[in-house]
Design a protein around this ligand. Structure first.
Ligand code: CTP
Ligand code: MG
Length: 265
């Protein structure tokens, strides 16, 4: 029998969970509610993000990490949009890493004794695609750790004083790191625990800014899953309009019959 898309990835990695990080305050974005709960096209940002993982056949379980006080709101959004894979809503922490560890720990608990793959994704990145999710699952199963990243588009330079350029970095070597970031479950749990051990001993760990950084801290390689800037993260106020435009283009492409059949290229 022909395999459905996603089944191959699932077989390769065993249990596959998605941890959706939604415990941030969205201070750069501002607004009445944190950006993951902001609306675009009549729906919350979080609902678009969740739907991508719900629809992907390779993902088995979804765990949402949110701030205390928002669990009800998250469960409502899941119910409204038919997120049947939701297995847990857990509370995040002060930093993104705290939130990520809370989600990953819950994923390991749900997996029971089994190892598997975990995809860690920013709720504020609703334009993630099925292809990116598929490639993350496959790369994490093959190599243990991967981060989604986009090549730098502009010329990249350095400036220590913020006034004058003091160096140029060859553009081909520069990537902007995004999410999903995906790992063998046992490896990322170990990396978070090791980070906490080192932090408690007073080690300087400023270089570790994301989940991929935790793996590099262990001296292990992290593969790149190539992406582009369509998988942008809502960060500043103008990004909500950017999302609205991206959703409108997508709607035109997917339902040309409702739009005069003009944009089905
Ligand atoms: N996040 C989280 N827990 C935190 C901080 C961030 O779960 N303590 C999540 C956010 O909800 C977001 C993702 O991590 O989906 C990426 O972080 P970022 O874009 O920095 O979001 P915020 O921290 O919410 O925004 P800001 O830094 O502007 O306050
Ligand atoms: Mg932040």
């Amino acid at each position: 029998m022909k395999k459905r898309a996603g089944e191959k990835e699932k077989e390769a990695g065993g249990f596959v969970a998605a941890v959706i990080l939604a415990a941030g305050k969205g201070s750069r974005m501002g607004g009445d509610v944190p950006k993951q709960f902001a609306e675009a096209g009549g729906r919350t940002v979080l609902s678009y993000t969740l739907e991508k993982f719900e629809k992907h056949p390779g993902v088995e379980a979804i765990i949402v990490v949110c701030a205390r006080g928002n669990a009800g709101r998250v469960r409502e959004i899941c119910a409204k949009h038919g997120i049947s894979k939701l297995r847990a809503v857990v509370f995040g922490g002060e930093t993104r890493r705290d939130s990520s560890f809370a989600g990953v720990r819950k994923a390991a608990e749900i997996a029971g004794g089994e190892d598997g793959i975990v995809l860690i994704h920013d709720s504020a990145r609703p334009m993630v695609t099925e292809k990116i999710i598929s490639e993350n699952i496959k790369m994490a199963a093959d190599s243990g750790a991967c981060v989604t990243a986009a090549r730098a588009i502009d010329t990249t330079v350095t400036s220590r004083d913020g006034k004058v350029i003091d160096g140029v970095i060859p553009r081909e070597t520069v990537w902007s790191v995004q999410t999903p970031q995906s790992f063998r479950l046992s490896l990322i749990v170990k990396a978070h625990a090791e980070y906490e051990r080192r932090a408690a001993e007073g080690e300087a760990l400023e270089q570790v800014t994301d989940d991929g950084g935790l793996i590099r801290m262990l001296g292990l390689p992290v593969a790149i899953c190539p992406s582009d800037n369509d998988n942008f993260k809502l960060t500043v106020p103008g990004d909500i309009d950017r999302l609205r435009s991206a959703l409108a283009v997508k709607f035109d492409r997917e339902r040309p019959e409702e739009n005069g059949g003009q944009h089905n290229a």
